[in-house]
Design a protein around this ligand. Structure first.
Ligand SMILES: O=P(O)(O)OC[C@H]1O[C@](O)(CO)[C@@H](O)[C@@H]1O
Length: 351
């Protein structure tokens, strides 16, 4: 079934497999769009950065916050609210990111940032956010429209990376973006529908998760945001329940759940997203936990990233999770693109 996807039209242009395949192309296009804008911005005495957005637009901010965590000398906050933190002022750089440009929380947060005199840039395809930025003379990075927001990650992540580069906030691997993009291009061939399941780790992973509840574990400030992305992709693409948590916090509470009902636990497939940057103590903690859990659950799979830099590790984990979620959709007999429950909810909310 996974080796015969053509028959259900899933490879059509604009289908989820096509969009996942194009992730590296989106990243490159985003870099080219963003650099024209970022090169013209004057940053004045920035003391902190706030990225404001919701859903798929906020996760690009979370990823960059995670990537910058160990090296940035200034605080970076991701804000998912109508309002801004009270410290925001004229030495704050605010990045307002909304793919549609019409998300009410992000528009309200933008207005408050403006009123507080923050330095601002917006990332959007258009909508009211672009109108506001134009009226206020605020730099706007305008990315192509028409994608489901979760498939537009390249267009939210890379412009933020470029803004960070321009602000002088160092991110391992971001100085030469061609390298991670080439890695993604190699990986997409390995994971593509054309590569048979026996040689395709993404198809094999989907097969392992089919009929099980994935519990995805990352590590704080190394892979925790990627674990959240995997969970969201399993939910939205595969229509599959999934949960995530992160080391070391999970060892202080969640671990106790594994003393529970064995029949429930046998439904769980644990995925641990590893990183070569784990400290020795963290590595020891993860491995002890893994050995305790593997006796209790259906299975524990550890996934190591590809590439050399933190950015490459992060992108490689994302690409595997995206592909595995789309294959899991096929096994679940679902269209990875539809989001009927979200659409229904929005309709009933009167959005
Ligand atoms: O990027 P936008 O257009 O602000 O949307 C934010 C989020 O809201 C949603 O449209 C759901 O309401 C998501 O799909 C999206 O990630």
């Amino acid at each position: 079934m996974l080796d015969d996807l053509k028959i259900i039209g899933e490879l059509d242009k604009g289908g989820m497999f096509d969009l996942i395949y194009k992730f590296p192309d989106h990243c490159l296009e985003a870099v080219n769009i963003a650099k024209d804008v970022t090169s013209k911005i004057q940053f004045e005495n920035i003391l902190n950065v706030v990225i404001t957005g919701m859903g798929g637009s906020a996760i690009g901010g979370d990823l960059v916050r995670m990537l910058a965590f160990k090296k940035s000398s200034i605080p970076i906050i991701v804000n998912r609210d109508y309002t801004m933190p009270s410290f925001v002022g004229n030495k704050t750089f605010v990045i307002a990111s909304s793919y549609s440009g019409n998300t009410e929380e992000t528009l309200a947060a933008y207005d408050e940032a403006k009123a507080k005199g923050a330095q601002i840039a917006v990332i959007t395809t258009g909508g009211k956010l672009k109108e506001k930025a134009d009226a206020d003379n605020i730099p706007a990075i305008v990315v192509p429209a028409g994608l489901p927001p979760r498939a537009a990650l390249g267009f939210s992540l890379f412009p933020i990376l470029m803004l960070f580069q321009a602000m002088g906030i160092e991110i391992d691997g971001a100085a030469n973006v061609e390298k991670p993009i080439s890695l993604l291009k190699k990986m997409r061939d390995d994971y593509s529908p054309k590569t048979p399941e026996k040689n395709n780790p993404a198809k094999q992973l989907a097969r392992k998760l089919f009929g099980k509840i994935p519990v995805i574990y990352g590590t704080a400030n190394l892979t925790d945001v990627v674990a959240a992305r995997w969970k969201g992709q399993m939910n939205e693409n595969a229509k599959h329940p999934a949960f995530f948590n992160a080391f070391p916090e999970l060892d202080h509470n969640e671990i106790m759940g594994y003393e529970g009902d064995i029949d429930l636990l046998k439904m769980l497939e644990i995925i641990i997203l590893r990183s070569p940057n784990e400290s020795e103590r963290m590595k020891k903690r993860i491995e002890i936990t893994r050995d305790i859990l593997k006796e209790k659950v259906a299975g524990v799979t550890e996934i190591w990233p590809q590439g050399d830099s933190f950015l490459e590790h992060t992108l490689s984990h994302i690409m595997l999770g995206d592909y595995a979620s789309a294959y899991l959709a096929i096994l679940n007999n679902k269209d990875p693109k539809e989001i009927d429950f979200i659409d229904k909810l929005k309709e009933q909310m009167g959005d």
